[in-house]
Design a protein around this ligand. Structure first.
Ligand code: GAL
Length: 422
């Protein structure tokens, strides 16, 4: 419900002239339209907690959900909305793309909210830098996802006599055992962002952190055209033999469901997959196991969800938009949201006691990898390189994955060319 109000007459002003604490009451009830792609079981629960927190402040939430894991469809829809002069108040935009949107001059400055909430003190610098354009906040971070996880069904592994792999040799031994036991070893969704998610896990596990950084963050041509890259591509392609014939086009959450049901033994996916396990009533350590993707235990590929705030004409809605930003950084919301989403809070100092072992490991590995220099941005999730480059690399990787003819050497050349995309 939108009430008529004077936006200039803020809660703060009211509080100053009366003894009554108005902080719980909405002075200006606005509407916030929020673009996101959180439509799977766990994601929807998490999105619901954001909606509820905003409504608690008296504002209304206009849902603008565009289905499609990884958000490619959402980004296409967003572009057309902004071009037609009809931007939503907030949109799920991440990584270097935030800078691209800010350069277009369409994002709002939310420094006042950030200052009041002490965001500079509450966020790791690697995060706050990404949320700013020319020194001013234009976006609010929500959470931290770890991408380099492998999700395992322990009953399936037991049936196959397989052991959780800690390197790629062990992975192929486990995959072979699962296959012999009549199970689908790897639940894979053949969509290009999922292919790239698997590829970055292989690059990290086979090539190591330095190789990952040189090849997939710095786009160094020597690393992209190297014997290591050829080996990574060869290993990546070997995984395909352990996926099922129905994998092309499959959504990631349906792949998670295969592991949940025990039809498949494992899935490579970021920890939003844990949101699916939890939403299905499964318990970590018992019904499913989280383990770093093979060979990547000492590293952490991060994926930070964030909302960019668009410039709005309606002043009431823009106050509501700021309330949304403040809510997202609040400690209660940071906890509730990540408990549903499978991630960890992005705000430092949030207590982890309600979180499970996977989240606790993620939190401690985030810190130790930052110290060791092995905290790396995920290329598959828009953290590492400009979106045009990511798109070109993503296409080349999927072409290789799907082709029966393309050699690793040919793929390597295509990827190196893709990395030069302007
Ligand atoms: C990621 C996003 C996550 C998760 C996933 C699957 O890119 O950061 O929050 O939703 O896509 O849709």
């Amino acid at each position: 419900m939108t009430k008529a109000c004077n936006p200039a007459f803020s809660r703060k002003a009211l509080a100053a002239i009366t003894a009554i604490n108005f902080s719980a009451l909405p002075v200006c009830a606005g509407e916030v339209e929020v673009l996101h792609w959180w439509t799977s079981g766990g994601e929807a629960k998490a999105a619901q907690s954001l909606k509820a927190s905003l409504q608690l402040k008296g504002h209304s939430w206009k849902d603008f959900a565009v289905a499609g894991g990884g958000g490619d469809s959402a980004m296409t829809v967003l572009k057309s909305r902004v071009v037609s002069g009809n931007a939503p108040a907030a949109a799920q935009i991440k990584g270097p793309s935030l800078q691209d949107w800010a350069r277009e001059g369409v994002l709002a400055n939310i420094d006042d909210v950030a200052k009041a909430g002490h965001w500079d003190d509450l966020l790791p610098k690697v995060v706050s830098d990404q949320m700013k354009f020319k020194g001013s906040y234009i976006a609010v971070p929500v959470n931290v996802h770890r991408v380099n996880w492998l999700w395992i069904n322990p009953q399936a592994f037991k049936r196959a006599g397989a052991k959780a792999p800690s390197n790629w040799d062990e992975f192929f031994v486990a995959a072979e055992a699962l296959k012999k036991a009549g199970l689908i070893p790897v639940a894979h969704g053949g969509q290009n962002w999922q292919d790239l998610t698997l590829f970055e896990d292989v690059a990290l596990g086979v090539g190591g952190s330095d190789f990952y950084r040189q090849a997939l963050v710095q786009l160094d041509q020597a690393a992209l055209n190297s014997a290591t890259m050829e080996k990574v591509l060869g290993t990546f392609k070997r995984v395909k033999a352990y996926t099922d014939k129905n994998s092309p086009g499959r959504d990631w959450n349906l792949a998670s469901a295969m592991v949940i049901k025990g039809e498949a033994g494992m899935q490579f996916m970021g920890d939003w997959a844990k949101g699916e396990f939890i939403a299905a009533g499964k318990a970590p350590g018992k019904d499913f196991i989280c383990t770093p993707s093979p060979g990547s235990a000492k590293a952490f590929t991060y994926n930070i969800d964030s909302f960019a705030m668009f410039k709005l004409k309606n002043e009431t809605n823009s106050l509501a938009q700021k309330d949304l930003a403040a809510t997202i950084m609040g400690p209660e919301f940071q906890e509730t949201f990540s408990l549903n989403k499978g991630s960890i809070p992005v705000r430092v100092g949030v207590k982890m006691d309600k979180f499970d072992e996977c989240a606790k490991q993620s939190s401690s590995d985030f810190g130790s990898s930052a110290k060791a220099g092995t905290l790396l941005p995920s290329i598959a999730h828009g953290m590492a390189v400009p979106s045009a480059v990511e798109g070109a690399i993503k296409d080349a990787i999927s072409q290789f994955w799907n082709s029966d003819r393309m050699s690793a050497r040919e793929a390597m050349q295509q990827i190196a060319t893709a990395a030069r995309t302007k």
